[in-house]
Design a protein around this ligand. Structure first.
Ligand code: MD3
Ligand code: FE
Length: 202
């Protein structure tokens, strides 16, 4: 990789980092993950179901219910989360570190109309590790604010194969997904968007 990333409020966006064959191979690996640990839509602590469906791979999975947001060692069905696919770990190794692997790969699935409100990712123990995100399928408008609540925001469209690295001063910025242009990509035959976030949790 010789080209430089787009940088928006400290978030590194590597557009087109994964070519189509790499995206297809990763999606095939993710189908195995979803077979072992089916997608579910968690409830927020306000008792409202999220529009995004999700599951995880790795030692920890992200989970939410009326008791709040947290990492859990098992899928709600009681099974361990499946291992993070090698195709996904390879992206982390290339872009973040070969010294320490992530212990959570959150898989977000956006059906038609799904979105994610502005929030911070702060359930992890050590914010010195960046979060790495991989977008697959339909394009989505990603919004970035600042570390403090309120203030201005900026947005950028994330497309299939884009990789974001969020570290340093950007690690605690507010961010969200406004909307997905449903059916804009041919990667998923039924449409929709998959986003992976890789994190070091503890
Ligand atoms: C900026 N997911 O799962 S990925 C999430 O596209 C999440 O599904 C979005 O936000 C999605 O928590 C955005 C890009 C991203 C991921 C983590 C971040 C941006 C971030 C952490 C801090 C700041
Ligand atoms: Fe987030």
């Amino acid at each position: 990789m010789t080209d430089a990333p787009l940088i928006l409020r400290g978030v590194e966006i590597w557009q087109g980092a994964l070519d189509r064959p790499a995206q297809e191979a990763m999606l095939a690996d993710l189908r195995e993950v979803v077979r072992a640990a089916p997608l579910f839509s968690p409830e927020t602590r306000f008792g409202k179901k999220m529009s995004v469906a999700m599951t995880s791979a790795g030692t920890y999975g992200w989970y939410s219910d009326r008791r709040g947001y947290r990492y859990e060692r098992r899928h709600p069905s009681g099974v361990d989360w499946p291992p993070i696919p090698e195709s996904v770990l390879a992206v982390w190794r290339a872009r973040v570190s070969a010294e320490r692997m992530p212990d959570c790969c959150l898989v977000n699935y956006y059906r038609e109309g799904a979105k994610m409100g502005l929030h911070q990712d702060r359930d992890e123990a050590d914010f010195s590790w960046p979060v790495l995100s991989i977008s697959l399928g339909d394009e989505a408008r990603f919004r970035i604010g600042s570390v403090d609540r309120g203030g201005t925001t900026e947005s950028v469209w994330l497309r299939s194969g884009d990789v974001c690295v969020i570290g340093g001063d950007a690690r605690l910025v507010h961010h969200g997904i406004d909307k997905v242009r449903f059916g804009s990509s041919t990667l998923l035959s039924d449409g929709g968007r998959v986003n992976l976030t890789l994190r070091v949790v503890d």
